[in-house]
Design a protein around this ligand. Sequence first.
Ligand SMILES: [Mg+2]
Length: 210
Amino acid sequence: MNKKVRVVSFDVDGTLIDQRFNDLIWENDIPALVAHKRGCSFLEAKKFCLCEYRKLGDKDLRWYDVQHWLKKFGISTSAKDIFKRREQLIIVYPDVLPVLRKLKEEGFRVIVITCMPRIFLKEKIKKFDRHFDKVFSTISDFKRVKSPELYRHISKVIKTSPSCILHIGDHHILDYEFSLEAGYKSILIEREKKTKDFSISRLEEIFYFL
Ligand SMILES: [Mg+2]
């Protein structure tokens, strides 16, 4: 084992939790409410919503905030209600718990770095949050999305040199490139379809990098 890595950091959506839960909220539930509100078809509403999401982009922290979108689209249903209705569909990837247990056994500190607002994050990881030494929601804790500066800042908060932290996430820029730029060791995970030679598709593969 490379002694240098002492902290292992995980993104959440698409890394620990099946991304399809999110897709359902963004691509089905919100458009359905918009269709009802505007009196248009579901498909028209979906096209409209996806276009609005794209216009803002995932580097803007409002993009992650369901409440922002509900307000923007003039919908009175709360984000919490939408989330509660789908709660049973939160799927933790089956390789997550064995990997978290093994990391603990091997003496690593384990943290989470996600852009997800804490209101959702808490629900999503509540079944296994005992495995984490620290959980950072960049939006709730720092009012920012992931950036190289923010990764560096988090390394200071946890009093660990960036080169001793390994971050694993499924977003090529926000997870892989930005953490790498901050001096972390970094792994891109592509669970559904591998598009990069250097990515992994199963979480157990991180042990080759430790
Ligand atoms: Mg992700």
